[in-house]
Design a protein around this ligand. Structure first.
Ligand SMILES: [Zn+2]
Length: 142
C-alpha cells in the first residue's frame, strides 16, 4: 500500500502493467487478468461496482465490497491515438482510452485495432501476452 509521499512513477525498465499492488486491490485485479478474467469490486449492499477499488462503496459508503466477474463488454467512452510512444519498443500507432462497461464502470486500456476505434464503438475485453505478463486490452472487432 502507498504511504503519503510515495511515488507512483515507474523507473526505467520496470513493467508498465501488472501485477502491481500500488493501490488496495490492484494486485487482485492484475492476478485475475493474468488468469484471463476481468473482476471488479462490487458492493454487497447496493450492488454498484467500484473501480478503482476504494475502501468503501463510492455510492453508499458500505465497506462490504467483494470481487465479482464482469461481462467485459462495453463501448469506447473516449480515446487517443498514440503516434509517438515514450517506449521506443512500442509499436505505433496504437489507441489508448476509456471503455464504459455494461456494468457502468470505466476502465483504461489499449483499444485494438486502433483503426476501428471511435467513441461509442462496441468493444470486448481480450487478454494478450506481453513482455510483462498478460495484458488487458479491448477489442473493437474487425
Ligand atoms: Zn454500495
Amino acid at each position: 500500500m502507498l504511504e503519503c509521499g510515495d511515488s507512483l512513477l515507474l523507473k526505467a525498465g520496470q513493467q508498465v502493467f501488472g501485477p502491481y499492488d500500488i493501490t488496495p486491490g490492484a494486485g487482485h485485479f492484475w492476478k485475475a487478468v493474468g488468469q484471463c478474467k476481468l473482476e471488479l469490486p462490487r458492493c454487497r449492499e447496493c450492488g454498484c461496482y467500484s473501480h478503482p477499488r476504494q475502501e468503501s462503496c463510492q455510492v453508499c459508503y458500505s465497506p462490504e465490497l467483494a470481487w465479482q466477474g464482469v461481462s467485459g463488454e462495453g463501448e469506447v467512452y473516449t480515446y487517443s491515438v498514440v503516434y509517438r510512444s515514450t517506449d521506443p519498443a512500442r509499436e505505433t500507432p496504437h489507441a489508448l482510452g476509456f471503455v464504459r462497461l455494461k456494468e457502468d464502470v470505466h476502465l483504461f486500456a489499449e483499444l485494438r485495432p486502433w483503426q476501428r476505434v471511435r467513441i461509442g464503438v462496441p468493444v470486448r475485453a481480450a487478454f494478450v501476452g506481453g513482455t510483462g505478463g498478460t495484458m488487458l486490452v479491448f477489442d473493437a472487432g474487425g
